[in-house]
Design a binder for this molecule. Sequence first.
Ligand code: NAP
Length: 304
Amino acid sequence: MPKKLDGVTIAAAIKQQVAEEVRALAAQGVRPGLAVVLVGHVAASEIYVRGKVQTCADLGIYSDLITPPDTTTTEELLDLVAALNDRDEIDGVLVQLPLPKHIDAKVVLDAISPAKDVDGLHPMNAGRLQAGRPALAPCTPAGVIEILKRSGIVIAGQNAVVVGRSDIVGKPAAMLLLQENATVTICHSKTRDLGAVTRQADILVAAIGRPGFITPEMVKPGATIIDVGINRLNTREEFDQFFAGNAKREATFAKRGSTIVGDVHPAAFELAGAYTPVPGGVGLLTIAMLMANTVRAAKMRRGL
Ligand SMILES: NC(=O)c1ccc[n+]([C@@H]2O[C@H](COP(=O)([O-])OP(=O)(O)OC[C@H]3O[C@@H](n4cnc5c(N)ncnc54)[C@H](OP(=O)(O)O)[C@@H]3O)[C@@H](O)[C@H]2O)c1
């Protein structure tokens, strides 16, 4: 039986440790603070941001939610980021993506002080990560490493294949795996004979954004599969492609009119030695690692 790597338990353990660190910092007169900037009204972003603010409250982290209207300009956002960079009670600045199309997201993200870049997206942090220096790493890939380590899965010496090369998931996941001494291959849309490469993977990380893209024949039996993908299935046809006959999923679909599937086909998990489910896997780690990064940023900025 493949082992299910339980994101719920792992995220809870990380959050508990963060809460302990927050208490220890409070004894030194320090309260970590996170500023979350949510521009406009994107329903999914509003849900994510609510989760981030609530988790801050749960763990004793100060948070400031700033909600500029979607008419905000790049220049106005740059002024806001500059002000947050200067505020001493703010240790982390997070600009929720996606931003409205008229805003130059790269310019805004690059304006965040690297010391407060808790999403780990500033080129300075990406460079530090690549150079093996202490860096704030992007939360989702950092969560992938936590899942592997806390589940006792050996990384050193293993063939790790990462499918996807985004700045937010694929590339940093590959760098973090390399730092843990895996032999890393990065695949993308131009990779030839992808299945031949993924079949070499002892650890397979899928960060593609395509429902059920990794099929059983692309998996080496016994591999650890980390599914980063989150894809919503809205139609009966899409649902049946992945979950026909699955009573539990059927109930969710009937209730909500949709369900989610990762980038790995559910049938591929059956071949795995261990795997992260969707939902209930990697997705839950992202907020936990954001909290961990905020506390880390608070300590690093004060030399603690
Ligand atoms: N909290 C979380 O759990 C979390 C956080 C972030 C993202 N996600 C999910 O993770 C997934 C990936 O997100 P992302 O932001 O990294 O997506 P992205 O920026 O769209 O990147 C997708 C990557 O997949 C590659 N790709 C696309 N089609 C491919 C194909 N046919 N064969 C091989 N590679 C292919 C692309 O290659 P090219 O570079 O060649 O185009 C690209 O590098 C999404 O499902 C997203 O929802 C989850």
